[in-house]
Design a protein around this ligand. Structure first.
Ligand code: NCD
Ligand code: ZN
Length: 333
């Protein structure tokens, strides 16, 4: 059995920089036609020149594969209309991180009063630049996403023309909120469709499944699966593939992030097939994103073949999800 996907997209991807970029970018480019590239480098991507130079380094790392890096800027409340107008054509979206909530987010936002954010959001709304949000408070870890929902609602109400993407949603509460506002959309990761907190910490601790937001309850996973499996037009695939070297994961103070880029499409095909909804995968991994972001990605056919695929133990020093396990689909190289 085979499945051909047209221009699959990963709308939330961490490619890092330097040697890590050289390791992981070709792996995404082997499976996807494009990806929304996160700006949480050290220092974060905050200028037009940084965006352009980072994009060049990505293109260099993927060599001559067909793969479009859709660039993002790290949200700062001081961005004004003039600056955003200048940088608009170099980016697809701006990513907002609460300060200190996840990897390399120290320079994020700490005042979430809508008035404090309004000038930048107003300009983004006028210029048609989508806002991507890591929606977590600094509350109790299982409640952070739910606690952030009122902030989404305030922004969505005040800026009805602003496209807002709730990144990597993990809860039923987030799915419900998504449906209440026309201008809210969401990405869903592979790992949050597969795992719950039990898989991370219910038995022996699994550092390679530790990420932000942390995986939640079975009923949350069920709510995510429901909208992903029907390829609801408000949701799209964003892997949040977030590579860290093995020694940063298998350590006290384990870094947050699950590395899924090279196994994402086979693992999604396996999950969608088991649910009897393989025909909806195309929408989930490409068509919905094209509509939400109004983009036309490069044409690229990616063929999946239903043959056993043993996931490598590591890619250089990065351990992928399902390392050493067998998946039922593989990407045709
Ligand atoms: C991401 C990373 O490592 O950059 N980590 C994660 O756990 N998902 C950052 C993020 O998206 O939160
Ligand atoms: Zn991320």
């Amino acid at each position: 059995m085979q499945l051909t996907l047209q221009s699959p997209l990963d709308m939330h991807l961490h490619l890092r920089d330097n040697q890590m970029l050289k390791t992981v970018a070709p792996l995404s480019a082997a499976s996807f036609a494009g990806a929304l590239v996160m700006p949480n480098l050290i220092p974060p991507i905050t200028t037009k020149q940084m965006v352009q130079e980072y994009k060049e380094r990505i293109l260099e790392a993927i060599d001559d594969e067909v793969f479009k890096p859709y660039m993002t800027l790290f949200f700062r409340p001081e961005y004004d209309y003039e600056f955003l107008e200048q940088v608009k054509d170099d980016i697809l979206a701006i990513k907002l991180y609460p300060a200190g909530i996840t990897t390399n987010s120290e320079d994020g936002v700490d005042n979430f009063s809508v008035d404090a954010l309004a000038p930048t959001l107003e300009a983004m709304s006028e210029l048609g630049i989508p806002l991507c949000v890591h929606g977590e408070t600094n509350g109790f870890v299982m409640d952070r996403e739910a606690e952030f929902i009122p902030i989404y609602e305030r922004i969505a109400k005040r800026f009805p023309d602003l496209t807002i993407i709730m990144e990597h949603i993990t809860t039923k509460d987030a799915v419900d909120a998504l449906m209440r506002y026309e201008n809210l959309y969401a990405t869903i990761t592979l790992h949050h469709l597969y795992i719950t907190l039990d898989d991370v910490a219910g038995g022996l601790l699994q550092p390679h499944l530790f990420c932000k937001p942390i995986a939640k309850r079975p009923e949350d996973r069920m709510a995510l699966r429901k909208v992903a499996f029907m390829a609801h037009e408000k949701v799209m695939f964003g892997s949040d593939s977030a590579p860290h070297p093995r020694d940063k994961k298998e350590a006290p103070g384990c870094a947050a992030g699950v590395f899924t880029a090279p196994i994402a499409l086979p693992a999604l095909a396996q999950l969608f097939e088991a649910a009897g909804v393989l025909e909806n995968l195309q929408k989930f991994v490409s068509d919905n994103a094209q509509k939400i972001y109004a983009i036309t990605p490069p044409q690229k056919e990616v063929r999946l073949i239903k043959e056993p695929f043993t996931v490598p133990q590591s890619y250089n020093d990065v351990v992928p999800m399902f390392a050493g396990k067998e998946l039922t689909w593989r990407v045709d190289a």
